[in-house]
Design a protein around this ligand. Sequence first.
Ligand code: AMP
Ligand code: FE
Ligand code: FE
Ligand code: ZN
Length: 295
Amino acid sequence: MASSTPSTRRNALEPRVDLHLHTHHSDGTFPPEEVVRRAKSLGLTTISVTDHDTIAALPAARAAAGQALEILSGVELTATSHDRELHILGYGFREEDPALCEYMKDARDRRHGRIQAMIDRLKEHGIEVTLQEVELIAGEGNSVGRPHLAEAMMKKGAVRTLNEAFDRYLGDHAPCFVKQAILTVAGAARLIRQAGGVAVLAHPHHLVEDGWIPELAADGLQGIEAYHSDHDSSVTEHYRRIAQQHKLLITGGSDCHGFRKAKGPLIGTVKVPGACLDQLKQTLKGSDPFRSKRV
Ligand code: AMP
Ligand code: FE
Ligand code: FE
Ligand code: ZN
């Protein structure tokens, strides 16, 4: 499309994409309407809201977006591989898919028990926080997670910043971390793909060893999130090359959590080539002939 367009208009027609965004339905701070408002004011043309274990933001996001902004269904699931928790993004799936919806509901329910287990560990470290306090911070969102717990710890004065809470207590290798994933990567990919979606490995940097990629692809992962706010240009190029080598899709997004992360709202700050979206849509069209009414 762009090649037949005069170069002066090419930028205006180039899709502007952010495929990794959180709302207050999980650990972002913005309601879906605010994410959409910001996306529109930044001139984005397609976004995906990828909350942890929930798609509750989608109806409000769609209603706010109207015709002006395309919204691709999205979710971020947690899965284990090599004894680590990895994040798997799902895109373009059928939102009413029973198996996926049931899994997400279970996962959200389990999050409460897991946070309680982390609270018990914090107590051993002299930090008193209650589940009710954490749930109050999660508010609207029923997908309670470590960032909400970190905020409760900040309120109690146990830590000064979110980063300190993760570094000292809650991070994947810190003393009060409790795993939550019950899915394998193959299980996560299967859930997303049987719902007509595409499964993508989120922000692999510092989490995934390059040597695991062929195995993850064999497990059903179809893409790698090469463009991400934690990836500088050389890291992005590295994952672009790996994706090409293994014939995987390349995707990207900011992973905006509103004001929860120290860097502030990141929406629209990661430039994702329009070709990434085109290829994702091509794959979605091919993946399930009964779907894609919105893609
Ligand atoms: P959970 O779903 O409860 O395991 O929490 C995962 C979320 O915690 C991620 O999506 C990030 O928003 C946040 N997170 C993970 N690691 C860190 C870290 N080291 N510093 C700050 N936030 C983090
Ligand atoms: Fe998050
Ligand atoms: Fe993530
Ligand atoms: Zn995320």
